[in-house]
Every structure is written in structure tokens, then in C-alpha cells.
Design a binder for this molecule. Structure first.
Ligand code: PSU
Ligand code: MN
Length: 323
């Protein structure tokens, strides 16, 4: 018996040491978590690959201040110097924003990125892993990855969906990116057991647009109501939830116009033969060029709005814990 206990202790110690080596929760975030103050995780792929320089840097900074103004601590996640960092500092964020060839890491790429000893921007999937390990329960992004169009002829489904199903984290996003097959994305979320909660809407938002024509079963209008659903889901031992927040009205674009832009961008994908990890950044970039920069403005506005809602939800979830 004693040896068993000693072995267990040794294994736990080994795990702690190994985890400390690769997971770096920065002091401000660690302190907020232990003091039970609200923390919002943010991803770094949208900085390194989703938005062009210098808007990416301005947005990364702005989103952190939006979270702070709403009373929470921001924790931007990324692999820096071979460690999975939760709460990248200002210099690191700038390096990610300026870096032309920073790697893009999904969950499955994390081990290799860490072993490589360099930098990698984390996608929604990889950021969910870090948030869960760190004990952060709310994460805000722009739009998650999902099922790419053309699933009849080729299959490309973002790992964001499966990772969200596994991690007990509430993810705020403006639905899924408009470049995707949104109906297919909702089907996979259903299969994976991820609730999709419309925030102030009964329709799945389409990233740049407030409407997709795809109905949602669950709508909440207040952070407290969202927090009750989130807590109930976790009490049942279930995983992540998607809080679908439509883009702010002033920034939202017309669905018919966006569809035309996406159609043209997809034609370009075929002629440029882009696939794999490069597909999402290529499409976002192309849609932005074709729109004369208007999709970029919408993208930035919705990321900020999601960060503000994330901060409110983080506070509401903590308030429920206190009872
Ligand atoms: N949302 C944005 N811009 C982005 C992304 C999301 O507004 O660049 C990124 C996220 O990091 C998401 C990734 O996880 O795109 C999805 O990439 P893929 O389709 O290769 O899984
Ligand atoms: Mn893919």
C-alpha cells in the first residue's frame, strides 16, 4: 500500500514538473485565477494569421483593454520560446503580429511546437487546450473554424469543433466564419454535443453578418442566464459551449454581398490550390481584399464585442459559484 502511495506521489510530482516545464501561466493571470477574479482567454492565430499588420497588433492590444475595461484579466495564449504561455506579454504579442512566418498551431501541433522551442500562434483548438489546463472557463474569439464548403467532394473540418466538445470552456464567437459551410458546422457541433446558445438572437450569426437563416434552439439575453446554462452543462460533466454573439449592428455586413465575395474568394482558392492550414488565412485575406477592407472592419468590431461579452460572462459564472 505504502509503495503504491509513494508511486502515486512520484507520478503526480513528475506530472507537475513536466506541466510546469511546458505550461507558463503568467503571474497576472495566475493571481487572478487564484483570487477568483474573472479571466478571459484570447487566441493568437487571429493576430498572426487572421488580420493584416498593423491592424492585428492594434486589435490584439485593443481587445485586451476591452477585457480590462469590463473588469476581467485578459490571457492571450500562444507558444513562445517553446512554452505554452497563458498571458503573452506586450513584446510577445508584437512579435506575433509582426512575424511573417509564425507557425499556426492547432491542438495536435502543440507538442511539436513546444519541442521545436520557438513560437507558434494558437488556434481556437489549441487555445481551448491551454485555457482548460490553466483553469480559465471563458474564451473569446472572432469566429470559430468549422466545416469548409465542398464537403461533398473533399473533407476539411476544423479541429476547433472536436476540441470545443472536449474542453469545459465557454467560447464566445460570432458564430463560425462566413467562408464556411455554416449548416454543416452546426451539424457537427450537434454531433459533438456542443450546445450553441444564441446571445440575443435565435439565429446562428454568420460572422460578418447578423443573420444566416439557420435557427438556434436556445437563446439567452443576459449574462446571468448564459452563466446558468454554462454551469448546468459543466455540472453534468459535459464539455464546451458555443455562445454565438451576432456582430454589432453598425459593423455588420449584408449577407448577399458577403456571399458574393466568398464565392469569388473560393474560386481563387481553386486556382491557387490552397489547402490545409493555409486555407482559412487565405480566404479571410482574399475576402478582405475583394471587399476593399470592409470585412476587416467588421472582423475587428466583432472580436472586440465578443471580448466584452466574454468578460461579462466570466464575471457571471464566478458570481454563480459564490451562490
Ligand atoms: N477567427 C477570426 N480570424 C481567424 C480565426 C478565427 O476572426 O484567423 C482562426 C482561429 O484561430 C481558428 C482558425 O481556430 O482560424 C481555424 O483554422 P482552421 O480552419 O485551419 O482550423
Ligand atoms: Mn482545415
Amino acid at each position: 500500500m505504502r509503495t503504491d502511495k509513494a508511486a502515486l506521489r512520484a507520478a503526480a510530482l513528475h506530472y507537475d514538473t513536466a506541466m510546469r516545464d511546458l505550461l507558463d501561466i503568467r503571474p497576472e493571470v495566475a493571481e487572478a485565477l487564484s483570487a477568483k477574479r474573472p479571466v478571459v482567454a484570447l487566441e493568437s492565430t487571429l493576430i498572426a494569421h487572421g488580420l493584416p499588420y498593423p491592424r492585428n497588433l492594434e486589435t490584439a492590444r485593443r481587445v485586451e483593454s476591452v477585457v480590462r475595461e469590463a473588469g476581467a484579466v485578459p490571457a492571450t495564449v500562444g507558444v513562445a520560446g517553446g512554452r505554452l504561455c497563458v498571458g503573452l506579454n506586450a513584446q510577445e504579442i508584437e512579435r506575433f503580429a509582426r512575424g511573417r512566418d509564425t507557425a499556426k498551431a492547432s491542438g495536435r501541433d502543440l507538442a511539436a511546437a513546444i519541442a521545436g522551442g520557438g513560437d507558434a500562434a494558437t488556434t481556437v483548438a489549441a487555445t481551448l487546450v491551454a485555457a482548460h489546463l490553466a483553469g480559465i472557463r471563458v474564451f473569446a474569439t472572432g469566429g470559430i473554424g468549422g466545416v469548409h464548403r465542398g464537403r461533398g467532394s473533399h473533407l476539411d473540418v476544423s479541429a476547433d469543433l472536436a476540441e470545443l466538445a472536449r474542453r469545459p470552456v465557454a467560447l464566445v464567437s460570432a458564430g463560425a466564419k462566413a467562408i464556411l459551410d455554416l449548416a454543416g458546422t452546426l451539424e457537427v457541433l450537434e454531433t459533438q454535443g456542443v450546445p450553441v446558445i444564441g446571445y440575443g438572437t435565435n439565429e446562428f450569426p454568420a460572422f460578418y453578418c447578423r443573420q444566416s437563416g439557420l435557427p438556434l434552439d436556445v437563446q439567452v439575453d443576459r449574462p446571468e442566464a448564459a452563466a446558468r446554462l454554462i454551469q448546468a452543462h459543466w455540472t453534468l460533466g459535459l464539455g464546451g459551449l458555443l455562445i454565438a454573439n451576432p456582430p454589432p449592428g453598425a459593423a455588420a455586413l449584408d449577407p448577399v454581398e458577403v456571399e458574393a465575395l466568398v464565392g469569388r474568394a473560393l474560386d481563387d482558392v481553386r486556382s491557387a490550390r490552397v489547402g490545409g492550414k493555409r486555407l482559412t488565412p487565405f480566404l479571410l485575406d482574399r475576402v478582405n481584399e475583394l471587399s476593399g477592407g470592409r470585412t476587416l472592419e467588421a472582423n475587428v468590431a466583432l472580436i472586440e464585442a465578443n471580448a466584452a461579452l466574454g468578460a461579462e460572462l466570466a464575471a457571471a459564472v464566478l458570481a454563480l459559484d459564490r451562490g
